[in-house]
Each structure stands twice: as structure tokens, then as C-alpha cells.
Design a protein around this ligand. Structure first.
Ligand code: ADP
Ligand code: MG
Length: 494
């Protein structure tokens, strides 16, 4: 086995952040070396250094045993290093083939179309070389990015969280392509924080935490529990214990609702669902199928075109947000900084926000004292209640949101990607909080992208596709059920 790539002692500083603190990493021919770590661990930064997007402050890079300077992606590609970034870089108005040969001198479009077909067949990366990028789904665009790297003949392929945007079927197809690349000697750096995927595809796993390597383990030396504990530095139980739900009366009823997206496309196409007191209804689906709009029509942030929203039998379709808050609807959005929190206000003020609407007026001493209690109760890590909330980590921001919302004893909780970007410990906290709220009688509507999150929390699972619920199933993590959900996520009705 040849070592394709080796980095030694990489240090990268950003203003106020030591993003990489002496990182060593290597990649061999024909291996999948996974980089695993909480958000902010430094994974993308390390890859950006290897791909020539960032200049390291210290450290060395070796390709095939030779020390090199990688000053730009152009340099990286010259050395056979390609990267599919978290945000794609294709030109929407160009065809697939035009994008693939973009920047390559002396390429003929006809020949390119033919070679792309070959690559596409060999690796099972299904895509039409003549299609325009704007016509393609996210999964297809990703395949184009990968084909482009194979076309160039990259020996090192970096995939930064490729599965975050894929259905289970697409992930399966991607893994097939990865295995094929391995056979041909390509080395793959795979980034993900989905432990089941990491288990499935990795030959080696390097765990990063706060800009440092925690350790590197080989296949056979790790399981999910081991990886999770390396990530957080202690054993975590991700399977949150919970009793069977005891559903009560119908709290939320969405009846045949249609609504438009921000861009004016139809986002909800006659969606109906019910959530009862004391149950968690998880909604699975590929991002962009109406999840956000669904949450917003329930909370009152988006106009309903037709249909009805009812809370405990009352028609609230045309009521404003304030009315809904007073009636007991709570919203835990993905965009903590934009929607749920006022970044420049202090932790104490953020904890107080909605209480004003309930008639608790602002009294600094009282607000401060109550904040101190909640900081303790919810284990929020902050230097003091007076610190602006924007300085907290993502996990602690989410704890502020949860503390504020759950203290209001909501009747209905809408949680949208509630753990996105959180470390494992904060994730566990959010899980326990949602289950506790359920057990205290709240109806919970959970919209999450990750299936394990749906499985961990839900009592029932619905699948959303193009603004409709296409079917329901149980939260059992069996291969058959995952297959079933995957098919529904791709639009096949149950
Ligand atoms: N361009 C940048 N400017 C300033 N800070 C950055 C920049 N890119 C990343 N960081 C910081 O570096 C740290 C590592 O980030 P990143 O590499 O994106 O983590 P990961 O990919 O593991 O989630 C984080 O604290 C992040 O805020
Ligand atoms: Mg990243």
C-alpha cells in the first residue's frame, strides 16, 4: 500500500480561533479514511488546507512521499487531489459535460460526453451528460462533481459531508461508487457525523476534536459506541430511553393545506396530519420538500393559501404568531441565531423573551436571578447571564432556546432539525428534553433530516415529499423499514 497523502503538524489560525492545532493525517491507496468530529472540530478547514483553499500557518504536506506546496485548488488538482465541497461549485446554466471540462484546456465536448457516459456506467453514477445543471437534483449535482474528479483522474478524492443532502438510496449508490473507486486505487477522505455510515464505509477513522486529532482507529477496532465516545470524550448513550407513548386528544390538526415557498413555488400541496398530546410525530424527508413551510404555517410565519390549521379544535389558520404563542405553541427552529434568539441580547434577556408576551414585565434583577436558575437547571455553559447569546456555542444556544420554550409548558412543540450542528452531548440533552415534554403531555411535531434522530424520538413516522405526507410507518430501525422510508422519501407512496 502506498501512502498517497500525508500531512504533518498542520496549524491554522483564524482571528480568535485556533481551527487546527498540529494535525497529522495520512491517506493510503485504495482506502476510505473517514474524518469524524463534532461541528467545528476543524474537518472542513483541514480539507481546505489540503485542497489549497487555505494556507496553513504551520505544517507540511507530502504527496507520494514528496513535500509539496499547495497554493490553490489548481495546484491540488495538478497533484491529483480533488474535493467535493459542502457547497457545490457547478455553473447552473452549463450542461453536465460543459461543467466537467470547464477549465480543462483542449477538451472536445463530444468526446467528453462519451467519456462521462463511460465513467457514469463504470461507477454507477447515473447522470445525463447533456442535462443542464439547473435541471438536476442535489444528488445528481453531487454525482457530477464526483464524475468531474474521476474525469480529471484524481487519486485523492475528498467528500465533505456528501450524504447530508442524499436520500438513503442515493447514499447507497454513492457508497457503491466509493467502493469502485477504492478498487481502482483511489484514496477517499470521507467526512460525516452519521455513525452508522461511518461504520459501513470506513477502513480507518480519524476522530477530531477542537482542532486536534483524538485518535485514528482501523476497521475491526471500532464500533459506534467507541466512535461516539472518542468524539465527545466520554461514553454516550445515544439510544435515549423512553416509555411507550400514551397519546391523548388531538392537539394539532393540519387539514389539506396549500402554501407557497419564498420563491413563489407551491411548497405545500394539500398536506394533512394530526399530532396528539403525549406523542412525537416525526416527519422524515429530504430537505426542501416543504418541511420548513409546514413548520411556518403552523407557527403562523407563513400564509396558508387553502386548507385549515387547528389547535385543540380551534381554527387558528388566520391567527398571528403572538396569538399562537399565547395558546401554547412553541417553535424550535434550525436557525437558532436568526429566528429563535436575538444574538446581541444577553443570555438572561433571551431566556426572558417570550415571557413579556405573557405579561411578565422586565425587571433586571428578577430576570437575572431567574436566568441563573435556568442556566443551572439546563446546564447552559456561559460565563455569566449577561453575556450576549451570540458568543455561546451552538449547543448552548440551543439549550437557551429549549429552556425558554419548555418553561412555558407548551401544548404543541414544533422542532425543526433541533440538533443540527450540535455535539453529541448537546444532542442527547435535546432528545431527553423533547421526550420529557412529551411525557408531560405536549404534542411534538419533529421535522428532522437524519433518520436516526427520527428513530430515536418518534412514536410515529410520516414521510414528506413535495409538500405532502406520502405515508406513515413505525420508528423501527430495521433494514426493511429504512428501505420503506427511503422509497417514500423518493416519492414512492406507501
Ligand atoms: N473562514 C473562517 N474564518 C474564521 N473562522 C473559521 C473559518 N472557517 C472555519 N472557522 C472556524 O474554525 C473552526 C473549525 O471549523 P470547520 O473546519 O468548519 O469545522 P467542521 O468542518 O469540523 O465542522 C470553527 O470554530 C469555525 O468557526
Ligand atoms: Mg465542515
Amino acid at each position: 500500500m502506498k501512502t498517497l497523502l500525508r500531512v504533518k503538524g498542520i496549524v491554522k489560525r483564524f482571528p480568535g480561533v485556533l481551527a487546527l492545532n498540529g494535525v497529522n493525517f495520512e491517506l493510503q491507496e485504495g482506502e476510505v479514511h473517514t474524518l469524524l468530529g463534532e461541528n467545528g472540530a476543524g474537518k472542513t478547514t483541514l480539507m481546505n488546507v489540503i485542497f489549497g483553499l487555505y494556507k496553513p500557518d504551520e505544517g507540511e504536506i507530502e504527496i507520494m512521499g514528496k513535500k509539496v506546496q499547495i497554493k490553490s485548488p489548481h495546484d491540488a488538482l495538478k497533484y491529483g487531489i480533488g474535493m467535493v465541497q459542502q457547497h457545490f461549485t457547478l455553473v447552473p446554466s452549463f450542461s453536465v459535460a460543459e461543467n466537467v471540462i470547464l477549465g480543462l484546456p483542449g477538451e472536445n465536448l463530444q468526446d467528453a460526453v462519451k467519456r462521462i457516459r463511460d465513467i457514469s456506467n463504470t461507477y454507477g453514477l447515473d447522470v445525463d451528460p447533456n442535462a443542464k445543471i439547473w435541471q438536476l437534483s442535489v444528488g445528481e449535482r453531487q454525482r457530477v462533481e464526483i464524475i468531474k474528479l474521476l474525469y480529471i483522474g484524481a487519486r485523492v478524492v475528498i467528500l465533505d459531508e456528501p450524504t447530508a443532502v442524499l436520500t438513503p438510496q442515493e447514499t447507497k449508490a454513492l457508497f457503491k461508487a466509493i467502493r469502485k473507486m477504492k478498487e481502482n486505487g483511489t484514496g477517499i477522505i470521507f467526512i460525516s457525523h452519521k455513525l452508522n455510515e461511518v461504520m459501513e464505509i470506513s477502513d480507518r477513522v480519524t476522530v477530531m476534536k477542537k482542532g486536534k486529532v483524538v485518535g485514528t482507529v482501523k476497521r475491526g477496532e471500532f464500533d459506534q459506541r467507541k466512535l461516539a465516545s472518542m468524539m465527545v470524550g466520554r461514553e454516550v448513550v445515544m439510544e435515549v430511553e423512553r416509555e411507550k407513548a400514551k397519546p391523548g386528544e388531538v392537539v394539532l390538526k393540519v387539514d389539506n393545506v396549500t402554501a407557497k415557498s419564498d420563491k413563489g413555488h407551491s411548497a405545500l400541496n394539500g398536506i394533512s396530519l394530526e399530532v396528539r398530546a403525549g406523542e412525537i410525530l416525526g416527519i422524515a424527508g429530504v430537505a426542501g420538500n416543504g418541511q420548513r413551510e409546514l413548520a411556518e404555517i403552523i407557527y403562523g410565519l407563513r400564509e396558508v393559501e387553502s386548507g385549515k390549521v387547528e389547535l385543540l379544535g380551534e381554527d387558528i389558520t388566520n391567527k398571528d404568531v403572538l396569538y399562537r404563542i399565547l395558546k401554547g405553541i412553541s417553535y424550535i427552529p434550525q436557525d437558532r441565531k436568526g429566528v429563535a434568539l436575538s444574538p446581541n441580547l444577553s443570555v438572561a434577556e433571551n431566556l426572558h423573551l417570550k415571557r413579556q408576551t405573557k405579561g411578565f414585565f422586565y425587571n433586571h434583577d428578577k430576570v437575572y436571578k431567574r436566568a441563573q436558575e435556568l442556566i443551572k437547571k439546563y446546564n447552559i455553559k456561559t460565563p455569566s447571564p449577561d453575556v450576549a447569546v451570540k458568543y455561546l456555542s451552538g449547543g448552548n444556544m440551543q439549550k437557551v432556546v429549549i429552556a425558554r420554550e419548555f418553561e412555558l409548558k407548551p401544548k404543541l412543540i414544533i422542532a425543526v432539525h433541533p440538533t443540527r450542528g450540535l455535539d453529541v452531548a448537546s444532542m442527547e440533552f435535546v432528545y431527553r428534553s423533547l421526550i420529557k415534554a412529551r411525557d408531560e403531555g405536549a404534542a411534538v411535531l419533529l421535522l428532522a433530516g437524519e433518520l436516526y434522530e427520527i428513530f430515536n424520538l418518534s412514536d410515529r413516522v410520516g414521510v414528506i415529499y413535495e409538500g405532502e405526507i406520502v405515508g406513515y410507518t413505525t420508528p423501527d430501525p430495521t433494514p426493511e423499514n429504512i428501505e420503506k422510508i427511503g422509497l417514500m422519501m423518493a416519492g414512492v407512496r406507501a
